[in-house]
Design a binder for this molecule. Structure first.
Ligand code: IVH
Length: 676
């Protein structure tokens, strides 16, 4: 093997250092410093050197994160300092109790400083560095002995392989949480479902399972992250005097810290922090199950010490649980707008994720089979955030002897048409089309909804009633309604009938994009409808477009193209469109000949914070009409951010990435300039 020439070695070390710096900016600071192309170029140069000079490969080279040969089993690592757990507080009163004990023990009357930290719901790890280089990573195990998961920890992009910065300790053992962000969890389960494999119950199990893979290449394929929250063994020239100081030092050495950590004074401020974070819990991109409060002064922590397996200087205030057990009472089959038949679980009501849940989706027939669930079973319900509650697991040990298998219907439960399932599709559908009362109802509800024709006062219940009473059969019939027909319907007085007729009249003036969306073409959501409107300008060319023509448009794939063509080939659909136009539904076609009609084509905008002059939805419409994409998060690809009062992390991110920001007044000026 050729030994590496000095000049190439210098270049190599430089590449390792620079690539690690890019990784740190990308994975820890969420603030990329170079474009992907530059990163790729440097990575290729590094790989080329490593290919030729195999012996020179550095331990902290970014290529060493991809995972290596699979292990037979994990070896054990004894924790020099035990990995403790935390006592829990489930109410403000229990939190106050904790504080009283802290003050009593310290004989202290003045207020105490606490660091408030989100309690990340993943797996605890210990990662040891000697002279700045990663030596091992270990699970918590029983707190005294854990498993050696070094090969797996090395694959996690935001765990430094080598510490950066100054005053690197001789020995540094970092304690923290490894977790799977919600998006990564959803994608992992989605892929498992598609492959007919086993899904994970929650992000915590997925993180723990990913860490306990004997094949580190599997771990490398999971988007795990680590946040540091404390220090175990520590040998250095100087020690910070506070927990916050220690966290800051960890940040300086290259660790990701949770962005919501905050130091406050007194227990009331702790309770206030809890309230603030509880409100944001659902919006965070990762699961948290509570808040950890830690006495900030390390000298005070020392004086407080430990009891059994938990420190006296910290406590976890728990959030309401997101998982509970309950019983499956039955399954109903609902028919959606496109005929999709969804099994819905009827449950013994249970309080979970802060609300009482009595229904959960069972997705489709495959999901029922995968879960192996029967009516009468005890099941684990998970409700994280605003997502629909799911059954994540069956508790087989509690299965009653009379539990009944679930039979998927062969005929539509509403119109008795046959149920069909296309090759390769998980969804079973009613074949009744617009003969099926359920599909008619859903189509009308969608048509009237806010983002479609926006008919104020036409709620779901009313639509159901009008279809059941055979007052309307299709969306076009809405425009023939008069007050006389409506009065007399359940809870429909003269005034509300008049209001509804007025709202239906107002809805006639719409935009092409909203009208297209309202038609309910399969797979055509708001954004696709807007793309179609922007590209074709009017409805006739869309109705006449071939699949090939549609495919030429960015963002339109073969499945959507097929649905669009099929929709406009169906004479029933064409006659409904005709009837709607005859009834006076109208929009302004988009003038495609004018070069300036879409000055924002190709741009991505983000709206954040409050808006006072326009509603957020109006601002979005206006931008889309000018050709812009409106995204919900800021990235290096964002062209412009509009930030109103109260804008938070999106604004900060835009500023750190150097993306131009305007306020609402500037935005209004911008829009009126476009209209001139
Ligand atoms: S401190 C002695 N801080 O919660 C201190 N733990 O029940 C012990 N956890 O096993 C841990 N976020 O996995 C601490 N900011 C945080 C945490 C945290 C999550 C987990 C950790 C630990 C468990 C304790």
């Amino acid at each position: 093997m050729a030994s590496i020439p000095e000049s190439i070695f210098e270049e190599y070390k430089q590449l390792v250092a620079e690539l690690n710096q890019h990784n740190h900016r990308y994975y820890v600071l969420d603030d990329p410093s170079v474009p992907d192309s530059e990163y790729d170029r440097q990575m290729r140069a590094l790989q080329e050197i490593e290919r030729v000079y195999v012996d020179a490969v550095a331990e902290d080279s970014p290529t060493q994160r991809v995972g290596g040969a699979a292990l037979q089993s994990f070896s054990q690592i004894t924790h020099v300092l035990p990995m403790l757990s935390l006592d829990n507080a489930f109410s403000d009163a229990e939190l106050e109790d904790f504080e009283r004990k802290v003050k009593d023990r310290l004989n202290q009357t003045i207020e105490i400083d606490y660091v408030c930290e989100p309690k990340l719901d993943g797996a605890a790890v210990s990662v040891l560095y000697r002279d700045g280089l990663l030596v091992y990573g270990a699970t918590r195990g029983d707190g005294s002995v854990g498993e050696d998961i070094t090969a797996n920890v090395r694959t996690i992009k935001n765990v430094p392989l080598k510490l950066q910065g100054d005053n690197i300790p001789e020995i540094l053992e970092v304690r923290g949480e490894i977790y799977l962000p919600k998006a990564g969890f959803d994608a992992l389960n989605e892929a498992a479902r598609a492959a007919g494999g086993k899904t994970f119950v929650n992000p915590r199990n997925a993180a723990a399972g990913s860490l306990r893979q004997l094949d580190s290449k599997v771990t490398a394929s999971r988007p795990l992250e680590m946040c540091a929250y404390s220090v175990g063994q520590y040998q250095a020239e100087s020690t910070p005097s506070t927990h916050q100081g220690m966290l800051e030092a960890l940040g300086g050495w290259g660790f990701k810290l949770n962005e919501h950590m905050e130091t406050v004074t007194g227990i009331d401020a702790c309770a206030d922090y809890y309230k603030r974070l509880a409100q944001r819990r659902n919006k965070l991109p990762y699961d948290i199950d509570g808040i950890v409060y830690k006495v900030n002064q390390l000298a005070l922590q020392e004086r407080l010490g430990f009891v059994a397996k938990a420190p006296r200087w910290a406590i976890a205030r728990k959030f309401p649980a997101q998982e509970e057990m309950t019983q499956l009472l039955g399954v109903e089959f609902q028919v959606g707008r496109t005929g999709a038949i969804t099994p819905v679980a009827r449950l013994q009501p249970v309080f979970v994720g802060g609300v009482t849940v009595s229904n959960a989706t069972l997705h489709n027939r495959d999901e029922i089979e995968r879960l192996g669930v029967r009516v009468g079973d005890f099941v684990i319900i998970r409700r994280a955030g605003d997502v629909i509650p799911q059954i994540s697991k069956v508790v087989l040990e509690k299965r009653p002897p009379n539990a009944e298998p679930i039979l998927f219907p062969e005929r539509c439960p509403v119109c008795q048409s046959s149920v069909q399932r296309n090759e390769g599709e998980a969804v079973a559908r009613c074949s009744g089309g617009l003969f099926c009362g359920a599909q008619i109802k859903e189509a009308i509800k969608h048509f009237a909804s806010r983002k479609a024709m926006d008919i104020d006062g036409l709620g779901d219940k009313l639509v159901e009633l009008m279809v059941d009473e055979t007052i309307i059969f299709s969306v076009a019939d809405l425009y023939d309604l008069d007050e006389k027909r409506l009065v007399g319907l359940e809870r429909m007085a003269e005034k509300s009938a008049a209001n509804l007729v007025a709202a239906i009249t107002v809805s006639k003036q719409t935009t092409l994009a909203k009208f297209l969306y309202a038609l309910g073409i399969r797979e055509v959501g708001e954004a696709t409808a807007q793309t179609l409107a922007n590209n074709f300008g009017a409805i006739e060319p869309i109705a006449q477009a071939s699949a090939e023509e549609l495919l030429e448009i960015d963002d339109i794939g073969p499945v959507v193209a097929r649905h669009i063509v099929n929709f406009f080939r169906n004479p029933d659909n064409l006659s409904i469109i005709e009837a709607l136009r005859n009834a006076g539904v109208r929009w302004a076609d988009i003038d495609l000949s004018s070069q300036d009609s879409q000055p924002l084509k190709g741009q991505t905008w983000v709206l954040t914070g409050g808006m006072q002059i326009m509603s957020r939805a109006e601002a979005k419409d206006a931008l889309q009409a000018l050709g812009a994409k409106v995204a919900s998060s800021v990235s290096a690809k964002t062209n412009q951010v509009v930030a109103g009062p109260g804008a938070g992390s999106k604004l900060t991110k835009a500023e750190s990435l150097g993306i131009p920001v305007m306020d609402e007044a500037q935005f209004m000026d911008f829009l009126s300039a476009q209209r001139q």
